[in-house]
Design a protein around this ligand. Structure first.
Ligand code: ASP
Ligand code: MG
Length: 408
């Protein structure tokens, strides 16, 4: 029996008073079994989206500092309510904001990274037998501003806390049973995986599947913190995330999953004079604005003029366009265009490194399904194709079949 676990409950697992009471019973069960437990919570249901929509009603472009402050309230509400529910069950419990939990971050208000955790307050609560419930997703900057860790960041709060507290395990409890070979809503044959590696989870996140916040897997791998993704509605074991070398042998060299992402915007800078430094000039302002750039394609230049295109989250499209346009103009580019009708389809698995034939299988499968590939990017264990958004379901199903992912 582990001595200490951190349990993080996602937004749909705490979306109502009844669900919060359900989570309280579950946490109480762990506590009563003699295992110390720290709860980490997301905002209830769609609160984070709703708060953003509300902000935009008063200002179409809210400043990051105030948006972070506004967003942080969602998780604070849940932590207070869950604590009250635990108290109603007769347990000593204490709700903590990110600030009270000692979570220090850098100054990117809405996409902050955790720098350090001063866990004294949590340690003290645990020492007196209380159950700390920490508001996920948030921390505070050196300037004492409230910061948040980027969408989905409560996972990172949980894993970082598990590491800081030297917990035996971090559990991520969701409205799904674990990590699947594809999104079951899109591919009905999708199957739950027993194991997956941190690296594969990270690549799945880059490919757009919301298994775990990428920073959470990165931290988990660095500190070898075992993470289990499981359902908050029943006790069945979910998917355990382990280091690649700890994967069961028979599962190692495979394609693990198909992922798709429709939150894709693309910007193309047409007719850029090809000279040293242009990529830097284009991407530096995006990096400074903490906009993640993904699939980057620069064409082979003709007569010293080239095109550069890249993808970003669709929600960053307007901002990125505005940052890129003056730079492009200054460079003498012909024009800047944007597209919001594309999607990414990816296959992920450590098997890719060993089997160059898998790339051909992917391209052949898409070709047979009559799906045009706009551009391709790869990592060692991922291949991503940009395709028309309307073809994404067909592509996911065809690839799931081609790689026999329904078979254990
Ligand atoms: N509530 C935040 C979001 O929806 C953080 C999280 O749930 O992890 O992005
Ligand atoms: Mg959420």
């Amino acid at each position: 029996m582990p001595g200490l676990i951190v349990q993080k409950y996602g937004g749909s697992s705490v979306a109502s008073a009844d669900l919060i009471k359900n989570v309280a019973r579950r946490i109480a069960g762990v506590h009563e079994s003699g295992t110390r437990v720290v709860g980490v919570v997301s905002a209830m249901g769609d609160t984070t989206d709703d708060l953003l929509a509300l902000a935009r009603q008063v200002n179409p472009e809210p400043h990051d500092r105030e948006l972070a402050l506004l967003w942080s309230t969602g998780e604070i509400v849940t932590s207070a309510l869950l604590t009250m529910a635990l108290q109603a069950l007769g347990h000593e419990s204490v709700a903590l904001t990110g600030f009270q939990a000692g979570i220090k971050t850098n100054a990117f208000h809405t996409k902050a990274q955790i720098l350090d955790i001063d866990s004294r307050r949590i340690d003290a609560a645990l020492d007196r037998g209380a159950i700390p419930v920490v508001a996920g997703f948030q921390g505070f900057t050196e300037e004492m501003d409230v910061s948040v860790l980027g969408r989905g960041g409560s996972d990172t709060t949980a894993v970082a806390l598990a590491i800081a507290l030297k917990a035996d395990r971090c559990e991520i409890l969701k409205d799904v049973d674990g990590v699947f070979t594809a999104d079951p809503r899109v591919v009905p044959q999708a199957r739950k995986l027993d194991h997956i590696s941190y690296e594969e989870v990270m690549e799945l996140a880059r490919a757009g599947s919301q298994v775990l916040h990428p920073r959470a897997s990165e931290l988990g791998e660095t500190y070898a913190m075992p993470i289990m993704v499981r359902s908050s509605f029943h006790e069945a074991p979910g998917t355990t995330i382990v280091r690649g070398e700890d994967m069961p042998l028979e599962g190692r060299e495979r394609i693990r999953a198909v992922a798709h992402d429709t939150d894709v915007g693309r910007i193309t800078i047409v007719g850029v004079p090809d000279r040293p430094g242009i990529a830097f000039q284009v991407f530096q302002p995006l990096e400074a604005a903490a906009i993640n750039v993904d699939v980057i394609v620069q064409n082979v230049s003709q007569e010293n003029v080239t095109d550069i295109s890249f993808t970003i989250a669709r929600s960053d499209l307007t901002k990125a366009f505005r940052l890129v346009q003056p730079v492009a103009q200054e460079m003498g580019a012909r024009e800047v265009t944007s597209a919001d009708n594309l999607a990414k389809i990816s296959v992920v698995g450590s098997g890719l490194a060993a089997n160059p034939g898998y790339a051909a299988t992917m391209f052949g499968t898409l070709a047979d399904a009559g799906i045009n590939i706009v551009s391709i990017t790869t990592s060692e264990i991922r291949i991503t194709c940009l395709i028309d958004e309307t073809k994404v379901t067909d592509a996911a199903r065809a690839l799931h079949r081609a790689f026999k992912l329904e078979e254990a």
